[in-house]
Design a protein around this ligand. Structure first.
Ligand SMILES: [Zn+2]
Length: 242
Protein backbone atom coordinates (compact mmCIF):
# COMPACT_ATOMS: atom_id res chain seq x y z
CA UNK A 1 0.00 0.00 0.00
CA UNK A 2 1.27 3.49 -0.87
CA UNK A 3 2.21 5.80 1.99
CA UNK A 4 -0.23 8.54 1.02
CA UNK A 5 -3.11 6.13 1.24
CA UNK A 6 -2.40 5.37 4.90
CA UNK A 7 -4.76 7.99 6.29
CA UNK A 8 -7.43 6.99 3.84
CA UNK A 9 -7.00 3.43 5.04
CA UNK A 10 -7.21 4.47 8.71
CA UNK A 11 -10.40 6.35 7.92
CA UNK A 12 -11.81 3.28 6.30
CA UNK A 13 -10.97 1.14 9.30
CA UNK A 14 -12.69 3.67 11.58
CA UNK A 15 -15.71 3.62 9.30
CA UNK A 16 -15.80 -0.15 9.45
CA UNK A 17 -15.55 -0.21 13.22
CA UNK A 18 -18.36 2.28 13.69
CA UNK A 19 -20.72 0.94 11.07
CA UNK A 20 -20.30 -2.80 11.16
CA UNK A 21 -23.96 -3.31 10.35
CA UNK A 22 -23.57 -1.42 7.08
CA UNK A 23 -21.47 -4.31 5.79
CA UNK A 24 -24.57 -6.45 5.91
CA UNK A 25 -24.58 -8.50 9.09
CA UNK A 26 -28.15 -9.55 9.84
CA UNK A 27 -29.73 -9.15 13.26
CA UNK A 28 -30.10 -12.87 13.88
CA UNK A 29 -26.68 -14.51 13.91
CA UNK A 30 -25.94 -17.12 11.27
CA UNK A 31 -23.68 -20.08 11.97
CA UNK A 32 -22.52 -22.50 9.31
CA UNK A 33 -21.80 -25.99 10.65
CA UNK A 34 -19.66 -28.17 8.46
CA UNK A 35 -19.88 -31.92 9.13
CA UNK A 36 -16.48 -33.12 7.94
CA UNK A 37 -16.17 -35.51 5.00
CA UNK A 38 -19.18 -37.25 3.41
CA UNK A 39 -20.05 -39.31 0.37
CA UNK A 40 -16.99 -40.88 -1.24
CA UNK A 41 -14.78 -39.28 1.43
CA UNK A 42 -15.55 -41.24 4.64
CA UNK A 43 -12.67 -39.85 6.72
CA UNK A 44 -11.21 -41.94 9.50
CA UNK A 45 -12.97 -44.88 11.14
CA UNK A 46 -13.25 -46.80 14.39
CA UNK A 47 -15.78 -48.46 16.69
CA UNK A 48 -17.82 -49.49 13.63
CA UNK A 49 -18.29 -45.86 12.68
CA UNK A 50 -17.02 -43.67 9.86
CA UNK A 51 -15.95 -40.13 10.63
CA UNK A 52 -18.46 -38.80 8.08
CA UNK A 53 -21.30 -40.40 10.08
CA UNK A 54 -20.10 -39.15 13.45
CA UNK A 55 -19.61 -35.57 12.23
CA UNK A 56 -23.12 -35.45 10.76
CA UNK A 57 -24.70 -36.76 13.97
CA UNK A 58 -22.84 -34.21 16.12
CA UNK A 59 -23.52 -31.34 13.69
CA UNK A 60 -27.25 -32.10 13.78
CA UNK A 61 -27.23 -32.15 17.59
CA UNK A 62 -25.35 -28.81 17.66
CA UNK A 63 -27.83 -27.35 15.14
CA UNK A 64 -30.77 -28.32 17.36
CA UNK A 65 -29.20 -26.63 20.38
CA UNK A 66 -28.35 -23.44 18.48
CA UNK A 67 -31.76 -23.14 16.83
CA UNK A 68 -33.36 -23.42 20.26
CA UNK A 69 -31.27 -20.35 21.18
CA UNK A 70 -32.61 -18.39 18.17
CA UNK A 71 -29.48 -18.77 16.11
CA UNK A 72 -29.85 -19.42 12.39
CA UNK A 73 -27.95 -22.54 11.40
CA UNK A 74 -26.96 -23.77 8.01
CA UNK A 75 -25.30 -27.14 7.47
CA UNK A 76 -22.90 -27.58 4.57
CA UNK A 77 -24.46 -31.03 4.18
CA UNK A 78 -27.42 -32.72 5.80
CA UNK A 79 -26.91 -36.10 4.17
CA UNK A 80 -24.12 -38.39 2.99
CA UNK A 81 -22.73 -36.40 0.08
CA UNK A 82 -19.30 -35.53 -1.24
CA UNK A 83 -18.37 -31.85 -0.96
CA UNK A 84 -15.15 -30.10 -1.89
CA UNK A 85 -13.64 -27.56 0.50
CA UNK A 86 -14.48 -24.85 -1.99
CA UNK A 87 -18.15 -25.85 -2.01
CA UNK A 88 -18.25 -25.80 1.79
CA UNK A 89 -16.76 -22.32 1.89
CA UNK A 90 -19.12 -21.10 -0.84
CA UNK A 91 -22.08 -22.09 1.35
CA UNK A 92 -20.63 -20.06 4.24
CA UNK A 93 -19.88 -17.04 2.07
CA UNK A 94 -23.31 -16.99 0.47
CA UNK A 95 -25.19 -15.93 3.61
CA UNK A 96 -22.74 -14.37 4.81
CA UNK A 97 -22.25 -16.32 8.02
CA UNK A 98 -21.02 -14.95 11.36
CA UNK A 99 -19.13 -18.11 12.28
CA UNK A 100 -17.98 -21.24 10.48
CA UNK A 101 -17.37 -24.42 12.48
CA UNK A 102 -16.08 -27.56 10.84
CA UNK A 103 -16.49 -30.77 12.85
CA UNK A 104 -14.06 -33.70 12.53
CA UNK A 105 -12.72 -36.74 14.37
CA UNK A 106 -9.08 -37.69 14.52
CA UNK A 107 -6.89 -40.75 13.95
CA UNK A 108 -3.28 -41.55 14.77
CA UNK A 109 -0.87 -44.00 13.08
CA UNK A 110 -0.38 -46.08 16.24
CA UNK A 111 -3.99 -45.67 17.44
CA UNK A 112 -2.61 -44.55 20.80
CA UNK A 113 -3.44 -40.87 20.76
CA UNK A 114 -6.60 -39.40 22.23
CA UNK A 115 -8.12 -36.06 23.11
CA UNK A 116 -9.63 -33.03 21.40
CA UNK A 117 -8.11 -30.04 19.67
CA UNK A 118 -9.34 -26.99 17.77
CA UNK A 119 -7.67 -25.45 14.75
CA UNK A 120 -7.98 -21.80 13.85
CA UNK A 121 -8.67 -21.90 10.15
CA UNK A 122 -6.46 -19.49 8.31
CA UNK A 123 -7.82 -17.39 5.51
CA UNK A 124 -4.89 -17.65 3.13
CA UNK A 125 -3.53 -14.18 2.54
CA UNK A 126 -3.62 -13.00 6.13
CA UNK A 127 -0.24 -14.34 7.04
CA UNK A 128 1.27 -14.58 3.61
CA UNK A 129 0.79 -11.55 1.40
CA UNK A 130 -2.34 -9.46 1.69
CA UNK A 131 -3.94 -9.96 -1.66
CA UNK A 132 -1.77 -11.68 -4.20
CA UNK A 133 -2.97 -15.19 -3.59
CA UNK A 134 -6.65 -14.63 -3.64
CA UNK A 135 -7.47 -12.07 -6.29
CA UNK A 136 -9.74 -14.69 -7.82
CA UNK A 137 -11.58 -15.53 -4.63
CA UNK A 138 -12.84 -12.16 -3.47
CA UNK A 139 -16.54 -12.14 -2.79
CA UNK A 140 -18.26 -9.60 -5.01
CA UNK A 141 -19.81 -6.77 -3.03
CA UNK A 142 -22.68 -5.05 -4.74
CA UNK A 143 -22.11 -1.34 -5.18
CA UNK A 144 -18.53 -1.43 -3.83
CA UNK A 145 -15.51 -0.50 -5.91
CA UNK A 146 -13.47 -3.71 -6.44
CA UNK A 147 -10.28 -2.05 -5.13
CA UNK A 148 -12.03 -1.03 -1.92
CA UNK A 149 -13.63 -4.45 -1.66
CA UNK A 150 -10.14 -5.98 -1.53
CA UNK A 151 -9.16 -3.74 1.38
CA UNK A 152 -12.42 -4.47 3.17
CA UNK A 153 -11.65 -8.15 2.83
CA UNK A 154 -8.20 -7.64 4.36
CA UNK A 155 -9.61 -5.74 7.31
CA UNK A 156 -12.28 -8.35 7.90
CA UNK A 157 -9.82 -11.20 7.62
CA UNK A 158 -7.58 -9.63 10.27
CA UNK A 159 -10.48 -9.25 12.69
CA UNK A 160 -11.76 -12.72 11.82
CA UNK A 161 -8.48 -14.30 12.87
CA UNK A 162 -8.76 -12.83 16.35
CA UNK A 163 -12.34 -13.93 16.68
CA UNK A 164 -11.49 -17.39 15.42
CA UNK A 165 -8.71 -17.71 18.01
CA UNK A 166 -11.21 -16.62 20.65
CA UNK A 167 -13.78 -19.15 19.52
CA UNK A 168 -11.13 -21.90 19.42
CA UNK A 169 -10.18 -21.22 23.07
CA UNK A 170 -13.83 -21.31 24.09
CA UNK A 171 -14.24 -24.58 22.22
CA UNK A 172 -11.34 -26.15 24.12
CA UNK A 173 -12.61 -24.77 27.43
CA UNK A 174 -16.12 -26.15 27.04
CA UNK A 175 -14.78 -29.51 25.83
CA UNK A 176 -12.45 -29.58 28.83
CA UNK A 177 -15.40 -29.03 31.16
CA UNK A 178 -17.11 -32.11 29.79
CA UNK A 179 -14.32 -34.41 28.61
CA UNK A 180 -11.65 -33.75 31.23
CA UNK A 181 -8.49 -31.70 31.08
CA UNK A 182 -6.17 -34.62 30.28
CA UNK A 183 -7.64 -34.78 26.76
CA UNK A 184 -6.94 -31.11 26.04
CA UNK A 185 -4.56 -30.92 23.07
CA UNK A 186 -4.99 -27.17 22.80
CA UNK A 187 -5.65 -24.59 20.12
CA UNK A 188 -3.64 -25.07 16.96
CA UNK A 189 -2.88 -23.26 13.77
CA UNK A 190 -0.95 -24.60 10.83
CA UNK A 191 -0.44 -24.07 7.15
CA UNK A 192 -2.61 -27.04 6.14
CA UNK A 193 -5.79 -25.73 7.65
CA UNK A 194 -6.62 -23.05 5.14
CA UNK A 195 -10.10 -21.82 4.49
CA UNK A 196 -9.77 -20.21 1.13
CA UNK A 197 -12.23 -17.45 0.37
CA UNK A 198 -14.11 -17.25 3.67
CA UNK A 199 -14.04 -13.97 5.57
CA UNK A 200 -15.89 -15.03 8.73
CA UNK A 201 -14.15 -16.44 11.83
CA UNK A 202 -13.64 -20.14 11.19
CA UNK A 203 -12.47 -23.05 13.32
CA UNK A 204 -12.12 -26.78 12.89
CA UNK A 205 -12.74 -28.94 15.93
CA UNK A 206 -11.37 -32.49 16.21
CA UNK A 207 -13.67 -33.97 18.85
CA UNK A 208 -11.54 -37.04 19.60
CA UNK A 209 -9.67 -40.01 18.13
CA UNK A 210 -12.10 -42.39 16.51
CA UNK A 211 -9.44 -45.08 16.04
CA UNK A 212 -8.38 -45.15 19.70
CA UNK A 213 -9.61 -48.42 21.28
CA UNK A 214 -11.20 -46.63 24.25
CA UNK A 215 -11.98 -43.14 22.98
CA UNK A 216 -13.37 -44.52 19.72
CA UNK A 217 -15.99 -46.50 21.65
CA UNK A 218 -16.84 -43.40 23.66
CA UNK A 219 -17.35 -41.37 20.48
CA UNK A 220 -19.81 -44.00 19.26
CA UNK A 221 -21.90 -43.54 22.42
CA UNK A 222 -24.94 -41.26 21.85
CA UNK A 223 -24.54 -39.79 25.35
CA UNK A 224 -20.98 -38.71 24.55
CA UNK A 225 -22.07 -37.37 21.15
CA UNK A 226 -24.62 -35.20 22.93
CA UNK A 227 -21.98 -34.09 25.42
CA UNK A 228 -19.67 -33.04 22.57
CA UNK A 229 -22.52 -31.24 20.80
CA UNK A 230 -23.38 -29.38 24.01
CA UNK A 231 -19.76 -28.27 24.34
CA UNK A 232 -19.59 -27.01 20.75
CA UNK A 233 -22.96 -25.26 20.98
CA UNK A 234 -22.00 -23.59 24.25
CA UNK A 235 -18.77 -22.21 22.78
CA UNK A 236 -20.63 -20.84 19.75
CA UNK A 237 -23.42 -19.29 21.82
CA UNK A 238 -20.92 -17.61 24.16
CA UNK A 239 -18.89 -16.30 21.24
CA UNK A 240 -21.96 -14.77 19.59
CA UNK A 241 -23.10 -13.21 22.87
CA UNK A 242 -19.74 -11.46 23.35
ZN1 LIG B 1 -11.61 -35.21 9.20
Amino acid sequence: MKANSASWFAGLVALLLTSGSAIGSPTQPIVVLDPGHGGSNPGTKGAGLHEKQLTLVIANLVATKLRAANITVELTRSDDRTLTLRQRVAIADRRPADLFVSIHANASPTRTQRGYETFVLTARGVDIDGRALRSDTTTPRPGVDPEIALVLDDVERGASQWEAADLASRMQRSLRDRRGKEGDRGVRQDAHHVLLGATMPAVLVEVGFLDHPVEGKELADPAVQQQLANAIAEAITEQLAD
